[in-house]
Structure formats: structure tokens, C-alpha cells
Design a protein around this ligand. Structure first.
Ligand SMILES: [Zn+2]
Length: 404
């Protein structure tokens, strides 16, 4: 056993206690005062430089290593998200959510406990740590997004030098056996953007369309042309998913409306295709409207960017996890997922890796439900493993950075 595993095994029961305490008091969004207080209490007694957020209830803690080192000190960032979801829990456990309409249905309570565990492990192993570790406790992963405001408030410079590498772990309540780590290099999760198109025509009587500019058939053409453009203009090996989920116009069969609205979700897996897809959506909608003597207003609401695992960091993270837990607890992910992740903002700025671990409560995976379900349950026996993995990543990465 490595030193990190030895410590995580010893403090494991306390980390599980912390996870259960957090599970009882879920909070949603940017402002999580009770969760923030619990994190600060759990970190109390560890020698850290702690700052709390101004525009959100984040916690950033810098832990300084004591291993001898000449020159610039490496900086590694470890992230745990803290927020819950607007879901009423239906899991029968004695630490069930005490708050109707709020639940840790995505397992972020395990992430917080894991990151606190990493802090405690690194505190004990400070003599082996070269350089510094930034612990990022972030709100609002489930929206509206906590990483961007934290970066704006100085997250990446918290240690006095820019972060060199960043890591995060997510737990899964379904899909994979408990304790199995999984991930992939390159794109891991999608960029998710909201497309809003208004076709501007000129309304009038349904009996005399020649006196109007009818936006309804034009909006329909825009929908079809979007799908044609996705399949004809983008390689299938770098997928683009465009789903029109809403189309709306008019009030009555014999009235031609002034406007028609088309709304879509747009998911992409590379910066290049994201930019091209934005350009395509505007060009197609405006071009088709122009062909019929109308205009189209196109707005695109940017969601989280593509989450990308740096290839070198991925190999390093996988090797670390396999060293700690064995080859039989690793699975390569064949494909990215079309969900999206706030950690993408950090991984956009610095190389790093985002890993997943199974936390299903049953061996029989037909009996468990996905993250975000009111019946999603997470086995917190994996919390010490999350803590050990994060700590070991920081220890090894900073050593490698220091040796150049
Ligand atoms: Zn999540």
C-alpha cells in the first residue's frame, strides 16, 4: 500500500461520516452557506491558506508541501464540487436529505468528502509533497456554473504561481461496478449550447398570404436545413448533435403570425466544431429567411465548453489509479458522454484529467438508477479511494513537475 492509501484507510470512517452529514443538508446553486461552513469546519486544524468566494460560497485552500526543492514550486489543483440538485430524495437511508426539493442526487457530497480527505492525507504527507496544492471546493456545477467566477476571483493564482495541472473525480450511481475507475483521453463531455432563432415575417389574414410574409413555413425549412447541414457539413468522427426541442408560432388557424421561434440544444465535442456549428446555425437560419424575403435573429447561449482530458495527463492519471487499485479496477471509456461539466473551464486553462468512479449500491446494475434520479444512491465506501487517488495524483504530479 502507498502512504496515501494507508492514511485514507485510517481516516475513511470519518470521511464517510462527513459525506453523510453533507448529504442531510443539500444546497443548490451558487450560495451554499451550510455546506461551506461544513467544509471550513472539516478543514479546521489543517495548516492551509483558506479564502472564501465573494460572488459565490466557494472555498479555496492552499496546502504547502515541505519536500526540499530548488526553483519554482509546482502547483497542482484538485477539485470537488459541492452543490446538490432540485430533486426530492426517495432513497431509504438514515442520512436521507432533510430538505424537501433538494438532494445530493449527483454525488457531489462524496466529492467534497473525498477532497477533504485528500487535504488530510497531504497534510500528513507534507514532507513528501514538492510544491503546493490548490483545493477547489466549488458551488453551482449543476448551474449556473461556479468554475468561471472562481477563476475570475483568482483561483488559478491562489498559490502565488499559476496552476500547472488540475484533476477532478466524479462518482456514478449506475452503469459500472462499484470501485471501477473509468475515463478516456481527449474529449470526455460535450459543450452544450442553446440556440434561439426568431424568424421575422409580416402577419396578416390566412386567406391572403400574398399580402404577408409568412414565417411559419420558413421556420419549418430552417429546422430541416439544420439537420441537413449537421449531416453534410460535419465529419461523423467529431459528432455534432442538434435537437430542435421547441418550435412556436401563431395563435389561430386563419391568422399568419409576425414571427416564428425555433429553439435547439447544440452539443459538440471539439472547439473547432463548436465554432463552426455556431457559424452554421446563423448562416442557415439567416440564409433561408433571406431567400423568402425575411430576416432571422439568431442568438446562442453558451453553456459549458467541451471537457477535454489532456492526453499526457490522462496517461499519468490512469497509471496512478492503476498503481493504487490494480488493473482490474480500471475501464477505458469507448466514447465521450453528451452531458457537460463545469470543470471544462479549468481544463480549458490548464492541462489535466477528469476521472470517474463507480459507486453503485448493488452488484446487480439493473437494480440501480442513474445520477440525478430521486432514487440515485451512492455507496460511500469509495470515498477513501477518491481521497487517496486525488492525494496521490498531487504527490506524483508535483514530483514530476519539480524534476522537469
Ligand atoms: Zn455531477
Amino acid at each position: 500500500m502507498t502512504d496515501a492509501l494507508t492514511v485514507s484507510t485510517r481516516i475513511g470512517p470519518e470521511l464517510v461520516e462527513l459525506r453523510r452529514a453533507l448529504h442531510r443538508i443539500p444546497e443548490i446553486g451558487l450560495h451554499l452557506p451550510d455546506t461551506q461552513r461544513a467544509v471550513l469546519e472539516a478543514l479546521d486544524g489543517i495548516d492551509l491558506e483558506v479564502t472564501t468566494g465573494e460572488s459565490l460560497s466557494s472555498v479555496v485552500a492552499v496546502l504547502r508541501g515541505r519536500a526540499p526543492h530548488e526553483g519554482e514550486r509546482p502547483v497542482v489543483l484538485l477539485r470537488g464540487d459541492m452543490d446538490a440538485l432540485p430533486v426530492t430524495e426517495e432513497v431509504d437511508v438514515d442520512y436521507v436529505s432533510q430538505r424537501t426539493g433538494a438532494m445530493h442526487a449527483c454525488g457531489h457530497d462524496l466529492h467534497v468528502a473525498g477532497l477533504v480527505g485528500a487535504a488530510r492525507i497531504l497534510d500528513e504527507l507534507r514532507d513528501q509533497l514538492v510544491g503546493d496544492v490548490v483545493l477547489m471546493f466549488q458551488p453551482a456545477e449543476e448551474g449556473p456554473g461556479g468554475a468561471e467566477p472562481m477563476i475570475r476571483e483568482g483561483l488559478l493564482e491562489a498559490a502565488g504561481r499559476r496552476v500547472d495541472a488540475a484533476y477532478a473525480v466524479h462518482v456514478y450511481s449506475a452503469d459500472v461496478p462499484r470501485g471501477t475507475w473509468f475515463g478516456r483521453p481527449g474529449p470526455l463531455m460535450a459543450a452544450a449550447d442553446e440556440v434561439h432563432v426568431v424568424v421575422r415575417g409580416l402577419g396578416g389574414h390566412g386567406s391572403a398570404p400574398e399580402k404577408t410574409r409568412d414565417p411559419v413555413p420558413v421556420a419549418c425549412e430552417v429546422v430541416l436545413a439544420f439537420h441537413t447541414a449537421v449531416t453534410r457539413q460535419f465529419s461523423i468522427w467529431d459528432p455534432v448533435v442538434l435537437t430542435v426541442g421547441r418550435i412556436a408560432a401563431g395563435t389561430k388557424d386563419n391568422i399568419i403570425p409576425d414571427d416564428a421561434v425555433v429553439e435547439a440544444t447544440l452539443r459538440t465535442f471539439s472547439k473547432e466544431h463548436r465554432a463552426r456549428a455556431h457559424e452554421m446555425v446563423a448562416r442557415v437560419a439567416q440564409g433561408i429567411a433571406a431567400a423568402h424575403g425575411m430576416t432571422a435573429e439568431v442568438t446562442i447561449g453558451n453553456g459549458y465548453p467541451v471537457t477535454v482530458n489532456d492526453a499526457v495527463e490522462f496517461d499519468f492519471a490512469k497509471e496512478t489509479v492503476v498503481d493504487l487499485f490494480g488493473e482490474d479496477r480500471w475501464a477505458d471509456m469507448a466514447n465521450p458522454e453528451a452531458g457537460s461539466e463545469d470543470m471544462s473551464f479549468v481544463l480549458d486553462e490548464v492541462p489535466g484529467c477528469y476521472l470517474n468512479i463507480g459507486a453503485a449500491v448493488h452488484e446487480d446494475l439493473t437494480r440501480v438508477e442513474d445520477n440525478h434520479s430521486p432514487r440515485a444512491a451512492f455507496d460511500d465506501s469509495v470515498v477513501p479511494d477518491v481521497a487517496a487517488a486525488l492525494a496521490e495524483l498531487a504527490l506524483r504530479r508535483s514530483r514530476r513537475l519539480a524534476s522537469g
